[in-house]
Ligand binder design. Structure first.
Ligand SMILES: CC(C)(COP(=O)(O)OP(=O)(O)OC[C@H]1O[C@@H](n2cnc3c(N)ncnc32)[C@H](O)[C@@H]1OP(=O)(O)O)[C@@H](O)C(=O)NCCC(=O)NCCS
Length: 179
């Protein structure tokens, strides 16, 4: 029984008390308190790809997401009342965690979804990795503000990392030390 409970906890992260209060006293609970994280499945890919294409000029195709599943990466969606608002993916290997993608539906941005997912990925990495790394386009001021706000620091530049309209664009490399 305990094993089953732990398995469920690994797949879904939400606060049952908050959901109870939302039903009984709806005005006492904010939307960001009701965001629920759960592992991404194949069934989510349609919505995930829709958001991916809205957010990026050079979006990932389905095969990249399925490769992430196959590789056993930590793949999550964040939903509100059953609607997927965003998704995030993390790989962990030899003490290093890497945020591969974090993306929120443009219509749902600036409501705490990105922060909720980022903080969750950091918790997933804690205890399993010493450092969390990520790359970001230098022009992506919203993402950089979020990363710096949770404690990431710039550690370098990856030359020509991203595809761009006129060739390639450099990436900023950011890192968060966990211990
Ligand atoms: C980056 C992204 C994931 C942030 O998600 P979000 O849900 O909008 O972010 P949140 O509402 O949780 O904001 C958290 C913090 O990020 C910063 N932030 C978010 N959007 C911002 C903006 N447009 N301008 C400046 N800062 C911003 C703020 O510090 C904010 O904290 P605050 O709410 O206390 O002000 C989202 O903008 C996104 O999906 N962008 C497109 C995909 C992308 O570029 N992903 C990152 C690839 S490296």
């Amino acid at each position: 029984m305990r094993g089953l409970l732990d398995k469920i906890k690994k797949m879904v992260v939400y606060d049952a008390d908050t959901e109870f209060y939302a039903k009984v006293f709806p005005e006492s609970v904010e939307k960001r308190d009701l965001l629920r994280l759960r592992t991404m499945t194949h069934a989510d890919l349609h919505t995930v790809l829709e958001i991916e294409r809205k957010n990026y000029q050079f979006p990932w195709e389905e095969d990249i997401f399925t490769d992430c599943f196959k590789a056993g990466y930590s793949c999550w969606v964040c939903e509100f009342q059953g609607k997927v608002l965003g998704y995030s993916l993390l790989s962990i290997a030899v003490g290093e965690a890497h945020i591969l993608n974090i993306s929120v539906d443009p219509a749902e941005q600036k409501q705490g979804v990105g922060r909720k997912m980022l903080e969750h990925l950091i918790e997933v990495a804690r205890g399993r990795a010493e450092t969390v790394f990520l790359e970001v386009r230098p022009t992506n001021t919203a993402a950089i503000a979020l990363y710096e706000d949770v404690g990431f620091n710039e550690i370098g530049i990856r030359k020509g990392y991203y595809p761009a309209e006129n060739g390639r664009e450099d990436a900023l490399m950011l890192a968060l030390q966990l211990f």
